[in-house]
Ligand binder design. Structure first.
Ligand SMILES: *Cc1c(COP(=O)(O)O)cnc(C)c1O
Length: 434
């Protein structure tokens, strides 16, 4: 049998991140100051972000060196394995070859530490002593808590209320790594208090939690804000996923026809796909690149491409992106990490230019796919990642009909060990689709 697990040596961890900005066929439209409608500059962002990350956000360098300190921490779980899903292929009786890159091997259980470690490092370098952030399902909050503990930075996490109660063990993990976590909306911020006044029973949203975390950073001494997705520098840090996957596929003399990732704000999708999109843009490689989202929060498939706020309380700059409107509060589906009203401006641009495609699936069908996957490959996937699995399975079943032996690569962005309440709800028949 051909390889099941394609592993790399620690010295094959990429030495640089790949910045797709200089390769975009259409340049990004700049973020705007909502007061003046003028493009914002580095100084507008400096109250809430360290300058090194602001520079990366706006950089036109194609490759940016990964600091050795960050690369040394990456060694704890990287390079992550690439699996050939022989057993899933057999279950589906497909002629397609299915590969998945597994990011659940990180200590926090998802791809998020790839950027949290980098972000905490640059904050530490600039003398920042405290970082505030939001978290949806708790994966980002735990990833940043871990990174802050490595660099002795205090960390304050505003966690979407629905998830705070659905996923109590993510909260425990955040505490284990030394951070403080409270449910959002909270009474700690003006943004939180005014939402609670209007909607006392709200389950919260990422948009609201972002408002709280940004306000926290703007109103506390030596505190910066950190975002786990959406922004260009976050997409950048995740590109090590696709770079490694390319090297791993080359070792078995393969290359993908289809690349798939689930999309919340877009970071794991960017991570797996940008290094391949580089080949598509520059060398005309024919790759079908698929972004998968929940039907309950259909940002790309149902949103509008326009300027909008990144948060509910209108504190962030305006970003040109696909959006469902910054006041949209998605239903509390179990894939909490995909409940965001907007999307990365880069992904939005790629989608508008037809370089990527999008699909949306309902909650119960993605859990069907997760169960099929777990029973053939063994790994219990995060509900977010199950969106990518669903798309990969459908693509493989299509190959079964046509007899094509396509190579499918998807990113398994995280494990679902803290999502057992969601699986329980699925098995009890209580789960519904919106
Ligand atoms: C946060 C998260 C996502 C969604 O965020 P992106 O920025 O779109 O990647 C997907 N999967 C897992 C496991 C996550 O933790």
């Amino acid at each position: 049998m051909e390889n099941t697990k394609i592993i790399l040596d620690e010295n094959e961890i990429p030495r640089s991140w790949y910045n797709i900005l200089p390769d975009l066929p259409t340049p990004l439209e700049p973020p705007l100051n909502p007061g003046t409608n003028e493009p914002i500059g580095p100084d507008d962002l400096s109250p809430i972000f360290p300058m090194s990350l602001i520079k990366q956000e706006m950089s036109s360098d194609r490759y940016i060196d990964i600091p050795e300190v960050v690369r040394d921490i990456y060694r704890l779980w990287r390079p992550s394995p690439l699996y050939r899903a022989h057993r899933l292929e057999a279950t589906l009786k497909t002629p397609a070859k299915i590969y998945y890159k597994y990011e659940g091997v990180s200590p926090a259980g998802s791809h998020k530490p790839n950027t949290s470690v980098a972000q905490a490092y640059y904050n530490m370098k600039e003398g920042v002593e405290r970082i505030s952030t939001e978290t949806g399902a708790g994966q980002w909050g735990s990833a940043l808590a871990m990174a802050c503990s490595f660099f002795d930075i205090e960390c304050m996490v505003y966690m979407v209320k629905a998830s705070y109660h659905q996923k109590p063990y993510r909260k425990s993990l955040i505490n284990l790594w030394g951070a403080k976590v409270i449910p959002s909306p909270s009474t700690q911020t003006q943004a939180g208090r005014s939402i609670l006044e209007k909607y006392p029973d709200t389950s919260g949203s990422l948009g609201i939690a972002i408002s709280e975390a940004v306000e926290d950073a703007a109103t506390h001494e030596n505190t910066k804000y950190s975002l786990g997705s959406v922004l260009n520098h976050v997409m950048l840090h995740q590109t090590i996923i696709g770079q490694e996957a390319k090297t791993q596929l080359a070792k078995v003399d393969d290359y993908p026809d289809i690349v798939i990732g689930c999309v919340g704000g877009g970071s794991n999708f960017s991570g797996v796909s940008f290094p391949f999109l580089q080949d598509k843009i520059k060398d005309g490689k024919e790759i079908d690149v698929v972004a998968v989202e929940p039907s309950a929060c259909p940002t790309l498939t149902g949103g509008e491409f326009r300027y909008d706020f990144g948060d509910t309380a209108e504190m962030t700059p305006l970003l040109k992106m696909y959006t469902l409107g910054h006041e949209f509060v998605p239903p509390p589906i179990h894939a909490g990490g995909l409940r965001y009203h907007g999307d990365s401006p880069i992904i939005s641009r790629l989608y508008a230019d037809g370089l990527i495609r999008a699909e949306a699936y309902h909650q119960t069908e993605i859990f069907d796919a997760a169960v099929t996957f777990a029973r053939s490959e063994g790994i219990a996937p995060a509900p977010e990642s199950a969106h990518a699995i669903k798309s990969a399975i459908d693509a493989a079943l299509k190959c079964k009909k046509t007899g094509e032996q396509k190579t499918i690569l998807f990113n398994l962005s995280g494990h679902g060990h803290f999502d057992m309440a969601a699986y329980d709800s699925y098995f009890s028949g209580a789960m519904s689709d919106d």
